[in-house]
Design a protein around this ligand. Structure first.
Ligand code: 5GP
Ligand code: ZN
Length: 140
């Protein structure tokens, strides 16, 4: 995709600090890191969002994350990491080329990732709706 920042990074038109590369995936440091070592793992093929990326690509993408994340953590002496993915504007996705963030974490880093929902949970109703939606998705 000609106007995609990550495609330009993959092609080398935009400079980045690459930490991993194979035939189908690459990983490079986030230009505006949450913590030093914050790494983005991307498929070389352009897919805008997680939900339009083929499942085989997602499976391989997470195999790369599984390999790269411990190395990131080791390199910056992290005590843990978040491996997360933003799907869609509402979820905070800014670059529409599927990618996984690897964010090094420390017990006392003070980052608060997820404030909890304060409304009524409705676990049973929501669970029933998700099971019904899954049947439709699987039937496709
Ligand atoms: P998103 O919000 O889409 O999940 O995350 C996009 C990430 O890409 C952000 O954390 C942002 O800092 C990073 N980013 C945006 N433009 C560039 C760039 O040109 N180079 C690099 N290395 N990272 C970028
Ligand atoms: Zn792209």
């Amino acid at each position: 995709m000609s106007d995609c920042i990550f495609c330009k990074i993959i092609s080398g038109d935009i400079q980045s600090v690459k930490v991993y590369e194979d035939a189908e995936f690459t990983a490079f440091l986030d230009i505006n890191p949450v913590q030093p070592g914050h790494t983005l793992v991307v498929p070389k093929a352009h897919f805008a969002r997680f939900d339009d990326t083929p499942s085989e690509v997602i499976a391989k993408l997470y195999q790369v994350v599984h390999k790269v994340a411990p190395a990131v953590a080791k390199a910056v002496d992290a005590e843990g990491f978040n491996a997360s993915l933003n799907n869609g504007l509402a979820a905070g996705q800014e670059v529409f080329h599927t990618h996984v963030h690897i964010i090094p974490r420390y017990i006392k880093d003070g980052l608060v990732a997820w404030p909890r929902y304060m409304g009524e949970n409705k676990l049973e109703q929501v669970g029933q709706k998700i099971r019904a939606a899954l049947k439709e998705v699987v039937a496709k």
